[in-house]
Write a protein that binds this ligand. Sequence first.
Ligand code: 5GP
Ligand code: ZN
Length: 118
Amino acid sequence: MAGEAQPDCLFCKIAAGEIPATVVRETDTTLAFRDINPQAPTHVLVIPRVHYPNAAELAAGDPGAAADVLREAGEVAAREKVDGSGYRIVFNTGSGAGQTVFHAHAHVLGGRDLQRLV
Ligand code: 5GP
Ligand code: ZN
């Protein structure tokens, strides 16, 4: 069912503590941990503990958890001290946009000059 942990999902396993990660912050509904292949000095992933395949489906199925992910992205930016200089929140959606892990997650990127994308 939507929202339930998926046995083959990497981020469900990280959320369950079955695969280690460098955790930055956690709440009842979210987990924030460092990306294994960082693209900026700060590169943290914020995931909901519930499983949805992407951010839009998370927002449709569990709006509270989607809001929690966004709020936590801001908390991570403040904790990493990139909120003053500016940071980017990215939700890759679909393989054509670079999504490789199909458990909703926000990338929080900062600590270097981030070129304008759009
Ligand atoms: P996506 O490409 O789906 O938007 O983002 C998935 C991210 O997960 C990638 O940036 C990738 O580096 C990261 N990633 C993949 N496997 C692991 C892992 O085992 N641990 C951590 N911490 N990050 C991972
Ligand atoms: Zn999952």
